[in-house]
Design a protein around this ligand. Structure first.
Ligand SMILES: [Zn+2]
Length: 181
Protein backbone atom coordinates (compact mmCIF):
# COMPACT_ATOMS: atom_id res chain seq x y z
CA UNK A 1 0.00 0.00 0.00
CA UNK A 2 1.26 3.42 -0.84
CA UNK A 3 2.06 5.77 2.02
CA UNK A 4 0.46 8.82 0.38
CA UNK A 5 -2.82 6.92 -0.07
CA UNK A 6 -3.18 6.83 3.73
CA UNK A 7 -2.81 10.55 4.18
CA UNK A 8 -5.43 11.71 1.66
CA UNK A 9 -9.20 11.59 1.95
CA UNK A 10 -10.53 8.05 1.43
CA UNK A 11 -12.38 7.29 -1.81
CA UNK A 12 -16.04 6.58 -1.04
CA UNK A 13 -17.80 7.11 -4.35
CA UNK A 14 -17.33 7.00 -8.11
CA UNK A 15 -16.97 10.78 -8.05
CA UNK A 16 -14.20 10.55 -5.44
CA UNK A 17 -12.41 8.01 -7.64
CA UNK A 18 -12.70 10.21 -10.74
CA UNK A 19 -11.55 13.25 -8.76
CA UNK A 20 -8.55 11.32 -7.47
CA UNK A 21 -7.56 10.31 -11.01
CA UNK A 22 -7.64 13.96 -12.02
CA UNK A 23 -5.73 15.07 -8.95
CA UNK A 24 -3.03 12.52 -9.80
CA UNK A 25 -2.93 13.67 -13.41
CA UNK A 26 -4.19 10.31 -14.70
CA UNK A 27 -5.89 10.46 -18.07
CA UNK A 28 -9.60 9.65 -17.74
CA UNK A 29 -10.03 7.61 -20.89
CA UNK A 30 -13.43 6.15 -21.80
CA UNK A 31 -12.13 2.68 -20.87
CA UNK A 32 -10.87 3.81 -17.49
CA UNK A 33 -14.18 5.48 -16.74
CA UNK A 34 -16.12 2.34 -17.74
CA UNK A 35 -14.08 0.21 -15.38
CA UNK A 36 -14.53 2.60 -12.45
CA UNK A 37 -18.28 2.85 -13.13
CA UNK A 38 -18.59 -0.92 -13.13
CA UNK A 39 -16.58 -1.34 -9.91
CA UNK A 40 -18.82 1.22 -8.19
CA UNK A 41 -21.91 -0.45 -9.59
CA UNK A 42 -21.14 -3.95 -8.31
CA UNK A 43 -20.66 -4.38 -4.55
CA UNK A 44 -18.12 -7.18 -4.94
CA UNK A 45 -14.50 -7.81 -5.86
CA UNK A 46 -14.05 -8.94 -9.44
CA UNK A 47 -11.21 -10.40 -11.50
CA UNK A 48 -10.12 -8.78 -14.77
CA UNK A 49 -11.94 -11.49 -16.75
CA UNK A 50 -15.24 -10.84 -14.91
CA UNK A 51 -14.92 -7.12 -15.51
CA UNK A 52 -14.17 -7.69 -19.19
CA UNK A 53 -17.14 -10.11 -19.54
CA UNK A 54 -19.58 -7.76 -17.79
CA UNK A 55 -18.55 -4.78 -19.91
CA UNK A 56 -18.73 -6.85 -23.11
CA UNK A 57 -22.20 -8.15 -22.20
CA UNK A 58 -23.29 -4.55 -21.61
CA UNK A 59 -22.20 -3.78 -25.18
CA UNK A 60 -19.13 -1.75 -24.19
CA UNK A 61 -16.26 -2.05 -26.61
CA UNK A 62 -13.12 -2.67 -24.64
CA UNK A 63 -10.33 -5.18 -25.09
CA UNK A 64 -9.21 -7.55 -22.35
CA UNK A 65 -5.68 -6.13 -22.39
CA UNK A 66 -7.02 -2.64 -21.92
CA UNK A 67 -9.15 -3.82 -18.96
CA UNK A 68 -6.14 -5.47 -17.37
CA UNK A 69 -3.78 -2.54 -17.93
CA UNK A 70 -6.29 -0.02 -16.58
CA UNK A 71 -6.91 -2.12 -13.48
CA UNK A 72 -3.20 -2.31 -12.82
CA UNK A 73 -2.75 1.44 -13.31
CA UNK A 74 -5.70 2.27 -11.04
CA UNK A 75 -4.61 -0.11 -8.27
CA UNK A 76 -0.97 0.98 -8.41
CA UNK A 77 -2.16 4.57 -7.84
CA UNK A 78 -4.29 3.48 -4.86
CA UNK A 79 -7.57 4.36 -6.56
CA UNK A 80 -8.94 0.82 -6.43
CA UNK A 81 -8.17 -2.22 -4.30
CA UNK A 82 -6.23 -5.21 -5.59
CA UNK A 83 -6.42 -8.48 -3.64
CA UNK A 84 -3.87 -11.17 -4.44
CA UNK A 85 -5.46 -14.61 -4.42
CA UNK A 86 -3.85 -17.93 -5.26
CA UNK A 87 -6.05 -18.09 -8.37
CA UNK A 88 -5.43 -14.50 -9.46
CA UNK A 89 -6.09 -10.87 -8.62
CA UNK A 90 -9.42 -9.40 -7.60
CA UNK A 91 -10.28 -5.70 -7.76
CA UNK A 92 -12.62 -3.69 -5.53
CA UNK A 93 -13.64 -0.06 -5.28
CA UNK A 94 -12.38 0.72 -1.74
CA UNK A 95 -8.64 1.31 -1.64
CA UNK A 96 -8.03 2.35 1.96
CA UNK A 97 -8.00 -0.04 4.94
CA UNK A 98 -11.14 -2.11 5.40
CA UNK A 99 -12.14 -5.64 6.30
CA UNK A 100 -13.74 -8.38 4.24
CA UNK A 101 -16.59 -10.79 4.85
CA UNK A 102 -15.96 -13.82 2.65
CA UNK A 103 -19.13 -15.76 1.85
CA UNK A 104 -18.19 -19.42 1.45
CA UNK A 105 -21.47 -20.16 -0.35
CA UNK A 106 -21.29 -17.54 -3.08
CA UNK A 107 -17.53 -16.70 -2.95
CA UNK A 108 -18.62 -13.07 -2.68
CA UNK A 109 -16.33 -10.74 -0.73
CA UNK A 110 -18.20 -7.93 1.02
CA UNK A 111 -16.41 -4.83 2.32
CA UNK A 112 -17.00 -3.87 5.95
CA UNK A 113 -15.55 -1.18 8.17
CA UNK A 114 -14.86 -2.71 11.57
CA UNK A 115 -13.04 -1.04 14.43
CA UNK A 116 -11.39 -3.35 16.94
CA UNK A 117 -11.74 -2.53 20.64
CA UNK A 118 -8.52 -0.90 21.97
CA UNK A 119 -7.99 -3.83 24.38
CA UNK A 120 -7.77 -6.25 21.43
CA UNK A 121 -5.16 -4.05 19.74
CA UNK A 122 -3.27 -3.83 23.04
CA UNK A 123 -3.31 -7.63 23.27
CA UNK A 124 -1.84 -8.01 19.78
CA UNK A 125 0.85 -5.43 20.60
CA UNK A 126 1.63 -7.15 23.88
CA UNK A 127 1.99 -10.55 22.16
CA UNK A 128 4.20 -9.25 19.38
CA UNK A 129 5.97 -6.14 20.68
CA UNK A 130 4.87 -4.32 17.55
CA UNK A 131 2.85 -1.13 17.63
CA UNK A 132 -0.24 -1.65 15.48
CA UNK A 133 -1.05 1.23 13.15
CA UNK A 134 -3.43 -0.52 10.76
CA UNK A 135 -5.30 -3.80 10.29
CA UNK A 136 -7.61 -5.67 7.93
CA UNK A 137 -9.74 -8.58 9.08
CA UNK A 138 -11.00 -11.45 6.96
CA UNK A 139 -14.31 -12.88 8.18
CA UNK A 140 -15.63 -16.15 6.72
CA UNK A 141 -19.14 -17.49 6.83
CA UNK A 142 -22.13 -19.05 5.17
CA UNK A 143 -25.38 -17.52 4.02
CA UNK A 144 -28.37 -18.07 6.19
CA UNK A 145 -30.33 -16.52 8.95
CA UNK A 146 -28.35 -14.26 11.21
CA UNK A 147 -30.06 -13.92 14.54
CA UNK A 148 -30.09 -10.21 15.28
CA UNK A 149 -30.12 -10.87 19.02
CA UNK A 150 -27.16 -13.21 18.94
CA UNK A 151 -25.42 -11.39 16.12
CA UNK A 152 -23.13 -9.35 18.27
CA UNK A 153 -22.19 -12.28 20.43
CA UNK A 154 -21.37 -14.45 17.41
CA UNK A 155 -19.27 -11.70 15.89
CA UNK A 156 -17.31 -11.28 19.11
CA UNK A 157 -16.58 -14.99 19.30
CA UNK A 158 -15.37 -15.14 15.71
CA UNK A 159 -13.23 -12.11 16.29
CA UNK A 160 -11.44 -13.48 19.31
CA UNK A 161 -11.00 -16.87 17.63
CA UNK A 162 -9.54 -15.20 14.61
CA UNK A 163 -7.17 -13.12 16.72
CA UNK A 164 -5.95 -16.17 18.54
CA UNK A 165 -5.02 -17.97 15.34
CA UNK A 166 -1.46 -17.53 14.13
CA UNK A 167 -2.54 -16.66 10.61
CA UNK A 168 -4.44 -13.62 11.72
CA UNK A 169 -1.60 -12.35 13.82
CA UNK A 170 0.88 -12.81 10.98
CA UNK A 171 -1.51 -11.03 8.64
CA UNK A 172 -1.64 -8.14 11.05
CA UNK A 173 2.14 -8.21 11.20
CA UNK A 174 2.64 -8.27 7.46
CA UNK A 175 0.29 -5.33 7.19
CA UNK A 176 2.41 -3.46 9.69
CA UNK A 177 5.59 -4.31 7.79
CA UNK A 178 4.14 -3.18 4.48
CA UNK A 179 3.12 0.13 5.97
CA UNK A 180 6.45 0.68 7.67
CA UNK A 181 8.41 -0.01 4.49
ZN1 LIG B 1 -12.38 -4.82 -0.37
Amino acid sequence: MKQEAVAVKPIRSLKDALDRCQALGMRLSRQRRLILELLWDVPDHLCARDIYDRLSRAGKEIGYTSVYQNLEALSSQGIIECIERSDGRLYGNISDSHSHVNCLDTQQIVDVFIELPPEVIAKVEEQTGIRITDYRIDFYGYQGETDAENGEEVADTQLSESLESETSISEVLSEEVSIAS
